[in-house]
Write a protein of this length. Structure first.
Length: 178
């Protein structure tokens, strides 16, 4: 699991975050997979790209989940840089014989419709180019619900973590069956 603060359980313990809840669900259902959470709060796609090969060598994963790019967008980084980094991470993962699930991020509309649209399309283009699986925006039913978001308006609360787990589980289970 390559992610940023959304996957690193920002504002709570790692055990309360959606990644660990997903690990527990797999264990409870006797599904023989374990998720290694290599997420770091504040991580960008460039940071993930720099760290990924060492992690691939260390863990030899069957599946790599990428949830990065939100910090790129919030910092206004060039979209082509995001897309290049995503493609590179996907290719590295595929070259190590891992299947890849990309969980796209969204950015607030105050960045303008052009940037917001290009940001969203970077995920689509990266997955189409590589054959990776494009998952859902995992904060879809959360981001605009203040009762599920921390006061910063960026990070989901503890109560939102099971919702995220379920959204990811829906797209992850078919990969686990392959």
């Amino acid at each position: 699991m390559m992610g940023d603060s959304i996957s690193a359980a920002y504002g709570m313990s790692l055990e309360e975050g959606w990644v660990e809840l997903l690990n527990q669900t797999l264990k409870d259902n006797k599904i023989e997979y374990r998720i290694v959470n290599a997420s770091i709060s504040g991580e960008t796609s460039a940071g993930g790209r720099r760290r990924l090969n060492n992690l691939l060598d260390r863990y030899s994963p069957d599946i790599v989940i990428i949830e990065l790019g939100g910090n790129d967008g919030l910092r206004g980084y060039p979209i082509d840089q995001l897309e290049t980094n995503l493609v590179s991470m996907i290719q590295s993962s595929l070259n190590s014989n891992a299947r890849v699930l990309v969980l796209p991020m969204e950015i607030p509309p105050n960045y303008g419709s052009r940037y917001t649209s290009k940001f969203r399309n970077a995920y689509v283009k990266a997955t189409q180019e590589t054959g990776a699986i494009l998952g859902p925006f995992i904060l879809k039913d959360i981001a605009l619900n203040r009762s599920l978001m921390q006061t910063d308006g960026i990070h989901p609360k503890r109560s939102a973590q099971p919702i995220i787990r379920e959204a990811v589980l829906k797209v992850l289970l078919p990969l686990l069956d392959q």
